[in-house]
Design a protein around this ligand. Structure first.
Ligand code: GDP
Ligand code: IMO
Ligand code: MG
Length: 430
């Protein structure tokens, strides 16, 4: 029995949604603990693709899904997601979708500020998803954010929105030369959302801890990836939350002692969407091939994802920062058909070898990846269900990655479908 944390190990889109859905079969509860609808998590069941942005990926397995206090929630997007899933015949009710009363709410002025900031930055922009994530976390840290408890109290909500709009509209119109927002319209719109969401609002920490006491198994579903972490990522080209496993505790209200397993999701190559450094990026035919075969388009914004080789310098930091106890390798099938595969084992910077990911982006800009080449394979491996049945070169690639990572490979994914997976070691076994 184990409570498992699932985190992205690179820059997001590693296939967390698929792995969480698959693991959720054996779990009782699935919880998001950070991020918001900047996430896009894809699950494919019997050929049907479902992308969720806020609702944990366990919903398709009919498990209790929780949105922790560390998540920033856009109620409009959440309700759209609920309606879409209901339309597909998925059961959603006040018992299986629970939202923390302490979770922060994304307001229309957060989105307006996100767009205005990016527009003002021009070429220096971060390339955010434009969902208002950063400005919402800014207000949280400034102690003026709106939480679900506030939304559910009409008087408090009214005065908070009016006060916020005064400041935001000054900034929007005077500093950013953008359009203002209308507090009356916001209050009217959000009052309707409050009515629908009220039955789902609970103390998530209490529910989680009671469940754990009763022997229920919990999955914690990370969003984004370790190198988009606000502290440990490629700052400032990061998101505005801590994406590392340690934030499970602060973001959902459980203690570190309740966590048994930290499973990192590693894409067999690297991708990044948005701006920011990417040492192993391939701006050539091989990169295009991976992008096309891997269908690497953002699940939230539809943007083309930048592609490159697997980077073990990046992953060393990931394993260390999260205390990974195991990994799932995804999209191994996408690498099939390439003559030779590169694994980056170090960076070279002005004649020096770097084994650790630098904090200084100026240093990083000078880093050249040092590659170890491995022969590729031509076979289609999407039908393989046993490690031993993989082509020898695929096994060699995985063995080398495991050796360099220092964490065991527990799951191998060879296609987007729930069943296109091999479990080498059961993560629930700890
Ligand atoms: P997440 O944000 O980490 O949940 O990942 P996304 O859903 O944004 O992106 C992963 C994409 O890869 C989705 O389109 C998945 O359906 C797909 N995918 C996941 N695992 C595999 C795999 O092993 N092989 C292939 N070909 N596609 C996969
Ligand atoms: P999942 O959970 C990939 C990126 C954005 C941008 C930066 C900041 O699907 O892996 P933000 O809107 O968060 O302020 O944008 O972070 N980003 C992601 N990239 N996958 C994600 O989520 C991401 N969430 C944010 O592209 O570079
Ligand atoms: Mg995604």
């Amino acid at each position: 029995m184990a409570n498992i944390v699932v985190v992205g190990t690179q820059w997001g889109d590693e296939g967390k949604g698929k792995i969480v859905d698959m693991l959720a079969e054996k779990a009782d509860m699935v919880t998001r603990f950070q991020g918001g609808n900047n996430a896009g998590h894809t699950v494919v069941v019997d050929g049907t693709q479902t992308i969720t942005h806020l609702i944990p990926s366990g919903i398709l397995q009919n498990k209790t899904c929780l949105i922790g206090n560390g998540v920033v929630v856009d109620p409009k997007v959440l309700l759209e997601e609920v309606d879409k899933l209901l339309g597909m015949g998925v059961e959603i009710n006040a018992d299986n979708l629970l939202i923390s009363e302490r979770a922060q709410i994304i307001m229309p002025y957060h989105q307006a500020m996100d767009h205005a900031r990016e527009a003002k930055k021009g070429a220096q922009k971060i390339g955010t998803t434009g969902r208002g994530i950063g400005p919402c976390y800014e207000d949280k840290a400034a102690r003026k954010g709106v939480r679900f408890v506030d939304l559910l109290d009409p008087e408090v909500f009214d005065s908070m929105v009016r006060e916020a709009c005064e400041e935001k509209n000054f900034l929007l119109t005077e500093f950013f030369k953008a359009d203002p927002v209308d507090p009356d319209a916001i209050i009217a719109e959000y009052t309707e959302y409050a009515k629908r969401l009220a039955p789902h609002v609970v103390d998530v920490s209490v529910v989680l801890n009671q469940g754990i006491k009763e022997g229920k198994q919990v999955l914690f579903e990370g969003a984004q990836g370790t190198h988009l972490d606000i502290d440990h990522g490629t700052y400032p080209f990061v998101t505005s939350s801590n994406t590392v496993a340690g934030n499970v505790c602060a973001g959902s209200g459980v203690g570190p002692g309740q966590l048994n397993e930290v499973l990192g999701i590693v894409k067999a190559y690297t991708t990044r969407v948005g701006m920011g450094p990417f040492p192993t990026e391939l701006e050539d035919e091989v990169g295009n091939k991976i992008q096309e075969k891997g269908a690497e388009f953002g699940a939230t914004t539809g943007r083309r994802r930048r592609c490159g080789w697997l980077d073990m310098v990046l992953l060393e930091a990931t394993a260390r920062l999260n205390g990974l106890t195991g990994v799932a390798i995804t999209k191994l099938d996408v690498l099939g058909g390439l003559d030779s595969l590169n694994i980056c084992t170090a960076y070279e910077c002005e004649g020096e070898t770097l084994n650790f990911f630098p904090a200084d982006l100026k240093v990083l800009a000078k880093c050249k990846p040092v590659y170890e080449a491995m022969p590729g394979w031509t076979e289609d491996i999407s039908g393989v269900r046993n490690f031993d049945d993989l082509p020898e070169n695929a096994r060699n690639y995985l063995n080398r990655v495991e050796e360099l990572l220092g964490a065991p490979i527990k799951i191998i994914s060879v296609g987007p479908g729930r069943d296109e997976t091999m479990v080498v070691k059961d993560p629930f076994a700890g």
